[in-house]
Design a protein around this ligand. Sequence first.
Ligand SMILES: C[S@@+](CC[C@H](N)C(=O)[O-])C[C@H]1O[C@@H](n2cnc3c(N)ncnc32)[C@H](O)[C@@H]1O
Length: 217
Amino acid sequence: MNHPLELEQSLRRTLMSARLEALDLPGLPEIRLWLLNPDYPRTPMSPEEMQAIWQEPAYWIFCWASGLAMARWILDHPETVRGKRVLDFGAGSGVVGVAAAMAGAAEVIACDIDPLALSACQANAALNGVSFTLLDDFFALAEPVDVLLAADVLYDLSNRFFLDEFLARARQVLVADSRVKNFDHPAYEPRGEISATTWPDLDEFDEFRTVRFYASR
Ligand SMILES: C[S@@+](CC[C@H](N)C(=O)[O-])C[C@H]1O[C@@H](n2cnc3c(N)ncnc32)[C@H](O)[C@@H]1O
């Protein structure tokens, strides 16, 4: 288990005293991830630090509740991805992709616009003994995939149009989300919900701990 030192150094450009630790995940004992040290101080940040974080948000240092719930769902329903070409859109730490690879996907493409997230995906794939193809531009995908998985990517309103783009590039789409209150798209239907907590724990409101699933019809 090689510590991803370069990745940690890049993270320290924005969070100066942050460390990456290989953490166990609640309710997901099969997977470990390089994430922010849970004892990272929660004191108020300086304006400079806040600005740096807004400019370069390191989503990949958390395993978001939706990613955790979706990884759990994939490991409990391996037939969803077994033998298939799978894309993890907005992969972040790569937790969903790791679960898909463990569940027997033929290929897992980890897609994220953040180059550091793609490095984190690589480190987390290695930590869990799986491998990914990395993709930094969703629109550069050469061929449609069998299954597209997207966890916690609708937090930004400007990302909503992707729901249609997913359908054009995947035979089957599964979305997990804990933030959108009125998910309403005619081509997607609800597929249940799971309780999960973003890790390390951000002490989010209870409303963000219920992850809802939506599948393409
Ligand atoms: C909140 S994180 C979720 C990460 C992971 N899926 C999880 O649940 O832990 C959202 C991720 O989506 C990525 N993202 C945002 N817009 C994107 C886009 N247009 N293409 C690919 N990734 C994108 C961000 O860089 C970030 O890593």
